[in-house]
Design a protein around this ligand. Structure first.
Ligand code: 13P
Ligand code: SF4
Length: 347
């Protein structure tokens, strides 16, 4: 029963104390997030994983790339576990190493070695390693603007993996015109550009988030019509058109803090994952808050982590038979760490 599973989890937490660290991403279910030692966006969870010196085991309540990042940033003798190996990320899966190496070879030649690669942390360790090896860095939705500025101070242009929307929205905010952004299609292996190629500054990988693509221009128009006074706030994984029509855009931490700091009685339509939207609604009964898409949009892979999986994971750990170890190959980890550290040095 729910009670029994919860008791198992509380007991293991109590017995292990600081030897166990349990980070939880904001998109996790309530039944899981109640046990998290910290809640956070990707940046905060990456930073905190790096500073848990006492933890022997990190049971990551989030998705696979986040657990890999935690493994890369922690010591050899610290172990990271993911309660369900099926908790992946469809966006991270949109860029694999073979595709990336092919793209890089073509683009490097085309642009005469004037490109620096950047990758959103929502990518596999292999992609982070590729980027680290070529002098680039990771970015999160909280620091993408700083990182793109940094990258453009190093080289004339960037290749941004794997989320075209975060790349486009951030570059646009930095004043780069949309025409100077091209899209690399990894399936057709071609660069789609509008201006002469030498004028291209930002090469966007053709990837996206299948959750955030559900927030559409027609959702925004409907909210504007039904609630003319409502603030619209979205995650920058939403399309350029949706972000342009919204009032605010930012990371999950940014969305939470905007609403926490809003005056009582204000009203908000939020364009991000459903578990977080529901939690914000519950925590702010003084405000009128809805999902920008009335159907609500869950991230099915985040939702793979549930009470039974968390209890099983912690129980197996307590019995000395831990399951679902996330261990990034040491060569890949070393290069990926370079990319992460270039980001953390500026965060
Ligand atoms: P944040 O970095 O804003 O938490 O978003 C990450 C995300 O989309 C997780 O998939
Ligand atoms: Fe990946 Fe989108 Fe889910 Fe985030 S919300 S884990 S980007 S699929």
């Amino acid at each position: 029963s729910t009670k029994e599973l919860e008791t198992i989890i509380w007991n293991v937490k109590k017995t292990m104390g600081a030897r166990l660290f349990l980070p939880g991403h904001h998109y996790q279910k309530d039944e899981v997030i109640q046990f998290a030692d910290v809640r956070g966006d990707s940046l905060k969870l990456a930073q905190l994983s790096a500073t848990q010196h006492e933890a022997e085991a990190i049971v990551f309540c989030g998705v696979h790339f986040m657990a890999e990042t935690a493994d890369i940033l922690t010591r050899e003798d610290q172990h990271v576990y993911l309660p369900d190996m099926r908790a992946g990320c469809s966006m991270a899966d949109m860029a694999n190493l073979t595709q990336t190496e092919k793209a890089w070879k073509k683009l490097k030649t085309k642009f005469n070695d004037t490109i620096l690669p950047l990758t959103y942390v929502n990518s596999t360790a292999a992609i982070k390693a590729f980027v680290g090896k070529h002098g680039g860095a990771t970015v999160t939705s909280s620091n993408a603007a700083d990182m793109i500025e940094w990258a453009l101070s190093q080289k004339e242009r960037i290749m941004f993996l794997p989320d075209q929307h975060l790349g486009r929205n951030t570059a646009y905010d930095l004043g780069i015109p949309l025409e100077q952004m091209a899209v690399w299609d990894p399936i057709r292996e071609e660069l789609l550009h509008e201006v002469p190629v030498e004028e291209v500054k930002v090469i966007l990988w053709k990837g996206h988030c299948s959750v955030h693509e559900n927030f559409t221009v027609s959702n925004v128009k409907q909210v504007r019509k039904d609630y003319p006074d409502m603030n619209i706030i979205v995650h920058p994984e939403c399309s350029r058109e949706v972000v342009a029509l919204s009032d605010y855009a930012g990371s999950t931490n940014y969305i939470i803090s905007q609403i926490e700091n809003a005056s009582p009685g204000s009203s908000w339509a939020i364009g991000t994952e459903m578990n977080l939207v529901k939690r914000i609604i519950q925590e702010h009964p003084d405000q009128h808050i809805i999902s920008l898409n009335p159907r609500m949009c869950p991230c099915l892979t985040m939702n793979r982590i549930d009470l039974p999986h968390l209890a099983w994971s912690l129980e197996s750990l307590a019995e000395g038979k831990p399951q679902n170890l996330i261990k990034v190959d040491s060569d890949i980890a070393a290069d990926a760490k370079k990319a992460l550290e270039r980001m953390l040095a500026r965060a």
